[in-house]
Write a protein of this length. Structure first.
Length: 421
């Protein structure tokens, strides 16, 4: 009887053949894959390191025989959603002005494509490496951000160039994960620890200056509670009451939130008086012009990369130029709203691709029996996109995609039933 072949001999390069046949080379390929996964998870928190980790991830994917595994990847709905969304942006170049189109930040949408090699490289043996790296990085930035807030009195992590918006968004993702585990944990001790962690993270987020991302986190949290206990009336009412009390206590104890709410009210009064050079006034003016841009070209928009030029040109004439001085207050970058941003660029085509991506994202979680987490995650993305161009954050969309990929890999084998269905 012939000996069973070494399982490592099945490892292939990007043409389906091993680069080298000796075990040393095969071990090297495995180490490269693990290193790429770990580096990518750690690099999420540093822009320069992150963009350097992307080609390493792609190289490891090719060495691991990535192109030969596309049929398996194409069974994942989120892969189709990302390809459709990025494809819509490529199509949008056909009716845009090329020299202008490549100046904007919209190109960051293509970072979503990193989900494909990351998911392809993951398996049960590599999963702990990725999880360990992700948790190490996340705990580190939580500690650094807490130090900056409590000791230095600063928002975000300035020396990592991690703004308070990105930091708040990362905390929000942690709140959702902790709350999800609190909803599905099997023992009371784990439930209590999970909700305690969620409350601690919420406390940190309440002391960051981002109002929109905090609201998105709270909306996702409340949706999760409603979906989890929707058929258990008493538990639902008790959990919602406890959540409202906890939120009220955290809000009352946050000087940062009080200051931001006062600023929002003052900005609104100034806007009504014709003073638009405030945080809220700037957003309202941009949204007004953006909605006009969508109305002008509702089907295909103004072309990929053309939104900023449209705003800079339209601001001079819109309503007799009442907003013409806004670029002096803040340089035009985007419309501070995901839906308006995509709509001005690509119109109904882009909005449809965006909705399809969100649907596929939920289906990815549903396919691994985590519909509860999927619903909360999509809610978080949608709500955050109402006040920010959320997918243009350099770190947070890849973080959410990494979480999604880890969930898919973890739940590939049959397990307990879904917490919604």
């Amino acid at each position: 009887m012939s000996a069973a072949p070494d399982s490592r001999s099945k490892q292939t390069g990007f043409f389906g053949k091993p680069f080298l046949k000796d075990s040393y080379a095969l071990d090297w390929c495995e180490l490269l894959a693990r290193f790429a996964l770990g580096l990518f998870c750690i690099a999420l928190w540093h822009n320069g390191l992150f963009y350097g980790a992307i080609p390493i991830l792609a190289l490891a994917w090719l060495v691991d025989g990535g192109l030969c595994k596309l049929d398996r990847l194409l069974k994942q709905p989120l892969v189709w959603g990302i390809l459709a969304f990025c494809g819509a942006w490529l199509l949008g170049l056909l009716w845009s002005d090329f020299p202008v189109a490549f100046e904007g930040k919209w190109k960051k949408y293509f970072i979503l494509l990193t989900f494909i090699p990351f998911l392809a490289l993951l398996d049960k043996n590599r999963w702990p490496w990725a999880v360990g790296a992700l948790l190490s990085g996340y705990v580190s930035i939580l500690a650094l951000g807490s130090y900056q807030w409590a000791i230095e009195g600063a928002q975000g992590i300035p020396w990592l160039k991690f703004s308070y918006l990105g930091y708040s968004a990362a905390i929000g993702a942690g709140v959702i994960l902790a709350a999800f585990y609190g909803c599905v944990a099997a023992t009371r001790s784990r439930v209590c620890l999970s909700w305690l962690l969620a409350l601690l993270l919420l406390f940190l987020q309440f002391n960051q200056s981002s109002r929109g991302l905090l609201i998105a986190t709270l909306a996702a949290l409340l949706l999760m509670l409603v979906l989890r206990y929707r058929i258990e009336g008493r538990k639902l009412m008790a959990s919602l009451a406890a959540a409202v009390v906890a939120i009220a206590v955290l809000a009352a104890s946050s000087d940062v939130l009080h200051e931001r709410l006062y600023q929002a009210g003052n900005d609104l009064r100034l806007f009504q008086q014709g003073h638009y050079q405030t945080s809220l006034g700037y957003r309202l003016a941009m949204w007004e012009i953006g909605l006009r841009g969508i109305a002008e070209r509702p089907l295909l928009g103004h072309g990929a990369g053309m939104a900023r030029q449209y705003f800079d040109e339209r601001i001079v004439t819109h309503q007799q130029g009442i907003y013409r001085n806004l670029p002096e207050f803040q340089k035009t970058v985007h419309f501070h709203n995901e839906w308006i941003e995509i709509g001005v660029h690509l119109g109904l085509l882009g909005i449809s691709a965006w909705v399809f991506l969100l649907w596929c994202w939920f289906q990815a979680f549903k396919g691994c029996r985590m519909s509860l987490l999927g619903a909360a995650m999509v809610c978080y993305i949608v709500m955050a996109g109402l006040s920010h161009v959320f997918l243009l954050f350099s770190r947070i969309p890849p973080l959410l995609l990494v979480i999604t990929a880890l969930a898919i890999c973890w739940r590939q084998q049959p397990n307990e039933s879904d917490t919604i269905d």
